[in-house]
Design a protein around this ligand. Structure first.
Ligand code: HEM
Length: 457
């Protein structure tokens, strides 16, 4: 009995290997990149779930910049290196098209902006970028600062706070208030944060919607998020004028009366809030994490603010390079998923999934002698042009992040208020980080805050 099962398994395994070594028209692909396709169907997905970011690091060390694996039900080629990645990203709609694992597509829903294609994608993206214009950012600047101050003052009034959770509360409220035009109460905010954490933690899962599986947990979290947002829409009386046109870019149909059970509107709110709070929170956490570990940098930021004045608008400052360097060393999005529209040699065969590794590219940047070091000075010294450090944090090509300017503005203001007005201490020495799917502390991380005129830790 056991032998028969083993034989069946072996036959499936060999068959999969055979099929995976062929192009879609059956031709043999003689020289796929090195790497392993793992087990039939599940490939190396469980290894990734256990090893997380070390999965990619180890394979890169073993096989080099381009290697094959099998994840989330698909054969995959992982590509790193600034030039390689940029080439793939620039090929959008020609050699490649965006293609995320089915767990992400299912979780974001059929109308998601990040999954849309062609003219629809183009028009929605233009609409989004027009909405998040420099004028919009200028208009809300003091609103952003007030909200940041409110949260930081509250942190400093407590003996200690769970810093990652608090940062997420801040940027969730900011996204809700300034992008979706809704106010959320502290209690509701707590639940929203928890639900988005479950959503993000399960975004890369096997496509199995059964209890115990990641996709099931992610969908359950989304269902509750939609319920919360539906209740808020109901409170607003469902008037279309109450919702910003930004939601239209996310696929909401705002032509009619906004019903609280309108799936398109709810999906749009879930996607927008996810885009605008999870990544920005991860980025803000990376900033405070690196500043804590580098007191000399923190001191320099404070001197920079003092010499340039708090409202410096005269061009890039040391503070700007701190933000950029934190986002380079600890990028909130580790990579981008594409499907090959046509083969590029044998290395990137048609219909295969390609993951462009942003984090690995930054970690192994050949133009830098110390790519793993947090060194904001490099952005002040580095010449423009080809010798500049790789910076793929916001992607590239047609799919480049449309929220980049919003993210950079609010992260700069966050850093400025943090350094200028407050001091803090992590209550865990050398906290460990988890980098996949997005950077966060491995264990609950408490920090003690005080404003410069207030209590001491
Ligand atoms: C530090 C913060 C952020 C980081 C690091 C980040 C990173 C990225 C990256 C790397 C991509 C490209 C993915 C790909 O090529 O497949 C992307 C796409 C996207 N981002 Fe961001 N993002 C951030 C903030 C935001 C914000 C604030 C918003 C919305 C207000 C946003 C909305 C989007 C959307 C809609 C896409 C899909 C674009 C498309 O498919 O054309 N992001 N983001």
């Amino acid at each position: 009995m056991l032998e028969t099962a083993f034989l069946i398994f072996l036959v499936i395994f060999l068959l999969m290997k055979y099929l995976m070594a062929r192009d879609t028209d059956g031709t043999v692909l003689p020289s796929l990149p090195p790497g392993s396709l793992g087990w039939p169907v599940i490939g190396e997905t469980f290894k990734l779930a256990v090893q997380k970011v070390n999965f990619f690091r180890e394979r890169r060390r073993l096989y080099g910049r381009i290697f094959k694996t099998h994840l989330f039900g698909n054969p995959v080629i992982r590509v790193t290196g600034n030039k390689n990645v940029r080439e793939i990203l620039q090929g959008e709609n020609k050699t490649v098209k965006s293609s995320y694992p089915s767990s992400i597509r299912t979780l974001l829903g059929p109308n998601a902006l990040s999954m849309s294609e062609g003219l629809l994608h183009k028009s929605r993206k233009v609409q989004l970028m027009q909405y998040l214009s420099p004028e919009f950012l200028r208009k809300h600047r003091s609103g952003f600062v007030d909200l940041i101050d409110d949260h930081m003052l509250r942190w400093s009034s407590e003996p200690s706070v769970d810093i990652y959770l608090e940062i997420r509360a801040l940027f969730t409220e900011m996204a809700a208030k300034f992008l979706v035009d809704i106010d959320i109460l502290l209690e509701t905010n707590r639940r929203i944060k928890e639900l988005y954490q479950q959503f993000t933690d399960n975004i890369f899962s096997l496509p199995v919607n059964l209890p115990g599986f990641g996709l099931y947990k992610g969908l359950r979290a989304k269902k509750e998020l939609k319920k919360i947002f539906a209740a808020i829409i109901e409170e607003k009386g469902g008037k279309v004028s109450e919702f910003p046109s930004l939601l239209q870019a996310y696929g909401a149909d705002l032509d009619d009366y906004a019903r609280p059970d309108d799936e398109r509107l709810l999906d749009a709110i879930v996607e927008l809030m996810w885009n605008a709070s999870e990544t920005v929170s991860s980025g803000a956490f990376a900033i405070i994490y690196h500043l804590t570990r580098n007191p000399a940098v923190l001191q320099k930021v404070r001197e920079d603010i003092e010499s340039q004045g708090i409202d410096n608008t005269s061009g890039p400052s040391y503070l700007d390079s701190v933000v950029k360097e934190a986002l380079r060393v600890t990028p909130p999005v580790g990579g981008a998923y594409r499907k090959m529209n046509k083969s590029i040699g044998y290395t990137l065969p048609k219909n295969w999934t390609v993951i462009c590794g942003f984090r690995d590219t930054h970690e192994n940047d050949v133009t830098l002698s110390d790519p793993l070091e947090f060194n904001p000075d490099r952005w002040l010294q580095a010449p423009e042009g080809k010798d500049r450090a790789a910076f793929l944090t916001f992607g590239g090509g047609l799919r480049i992040c449309p929220g980049k300017n919003y993210a950079m503005v609010v992260l700069r203001l966050f850093t400025r208020q943090l350094c200028n007005r407050f001091a803090w201490k992590f209550l865990t020495k050398d906290p460990e980080l988890v980098l996949f799917p997005a950077p966060k502390p491995k264990h609950t991380l408490h920090a003690c805050f005080f404003d410069k005129f207030g209590k001491a830790c």
